[in-house]
Design a protein around this ligand. Sequence first.
Ligand code: FES
Ligand SMILES: [Fe+2]
Length: 385
Amino acid sequence: MPSTVSMDLARRALTRYGERGTDQADAPMTNPVSAYLDPARYAHEIEHCFKRRPMALALSLELAKPGDYRAVTVLETPVLIVRGKDGQARAFLNVCRHRGAPLCDEGTGSAQRFSCPYHAWAYDAEGALTAMYGEATFGDINREDYALKPLPCAEAAGMVWVCLTPGLDFDIDDWLGGMRAELETLKLDQWHIHEVRDLPGPGWKVVWDGYLEAYHHNTLHKDTVGKFTVGNLVVHDTYGPHQRITFGRRSLKELAAQPEAEWTPDEHIRLIHSVFPNLSISGVLGDHCLVSQLFPGPKPDTTITRQYVLAAKEPETPEEIAATEGFSDIVLRAVRDEDYDMGYKIQRGLKSGANTTFTYGRNEPGLHHYHRMVAELGGWELGGQ
Ligand code: FES
Ligand SMILES: [Fe+2]
């Protein structure tokens, strides 16, 4: 039985298809190009839209067992996420409390304790300082004062959410709102991680705009993912700052000839769950899923995107392996060789003065919502010069 959500989305997409239309914003919207370039604005937005918000910094899948960890530097903040013996995922600054060495190298792994490579202070998976080399010679200190510095952290919908600002606690239900139930339908804790890779890219907003619309699919992606989707058709829903964007697959039109009782709607639509400010989860082809997370660089013109290629189960047969490799390859080509290649070219022209504002069409409602949220959280006016 298809879910009522899928049936409803397929109905809405089919209606738009029949109209040769799309969900639309009320009117085109402008945003100053300086919003893509200005370093002071950038620093402010990184603080208010990223560092003070919960971000999904690990998949629960990466931390399956107690002791499993992921160490990652995000926006110049070194983070250690680790599952404790009690099963709870916690996040800490990956910084030794003695004299600041990183406790472990970036990457994933499993450890019962984290021993600092500088002077061998050791911490457990709950962040407690459990051993000090040469303790008798060091002098009296209260070990409890030297626990790893925790970061606010919660696990929900198959992801571990972390705020990079110590002490800025959050309620993940408040933050995700209605998006939490949508994310839970993806069952992200039940997939197989096939590949994880980091892609360098141009600036944050140039890149992210491409994750929010289908207007470019029939042109830029005509030889890759655009072969499977209806260009310039989106069904658009918002959940606070977050969004769900539904694309139609090329087969969508077949539904018009079938009674609804026979519909298998999930085969004819493609959902993008876009979690503010930088997470996009996209079920693209059958049993595969792409999780993309965008991390702005130190300046407005660079980013790193972490891509997780997920398969419904570990591919075993030659056909399954070929299908998963094929998915991984097509999304890599679409994103790196098409979206980001175009993004670099856009980035190079941003300062040319050809545009003082960018205009987002009525058919790009995802961009309207995103840039409104950035402006709102950053305290900016929209639409000026
Ligand atoms: S810096 Fe870690 S033990 Fe000295
Ligand atoms: Fe694209």
